[in-house]
Design a protein. Sequence first.
Length: 185
Amino acid sequence: MTRFAIRSILLSAAVSLSALAAHAENPMVGGAPMFENKNIVENAVNSKDHTTLVAAVKAAGLVDTLAGAGPFTVFAPTNEAFEALPAGTVETLLKPENKDKLVKVLTCHVVAASALSDAIGKMIKDDGGNHPVKTVGGCTLSAKMDGDKITLTDETGGTATVTIADVKQSNGVIHVIDKVLLPKA
């Protein structure tokens, strides 16, 4: 084998490994890197787009749960998603006397499995375009595809779109969504 052929093979391998490493890297969320070796809570606290969610998780007493072994899939609403709720909703939910309601809302964003977007997309396809998603909080979400984006419809008819998918965590995966999912009243 010539020196040129060996160099060409090595260069090709290096490019392939570089592409693989770039593909395997988590997306940034809220201006912060997300690390696969950190848990959901450890990563979420660094996202400037999820300060309301983090405050809600703390108020609901769910920090230890979401820092636990999992696996979990968390559909993580942004601050803007919380701001889009009717005026006073977040403030009311964060009051100690409303902890049970807050826990219900938050756990309707959590699935007790690690589901990447490809797997969710396959389940949607296998179920004829509409896959029921059972959450830890007892809610049933309806997962569908809108073009190449996953959407989730909650029990009140509200629909959220996954805006950043497949943010891998040591104890599961986060999918950033643009609306807060609500349980039945």
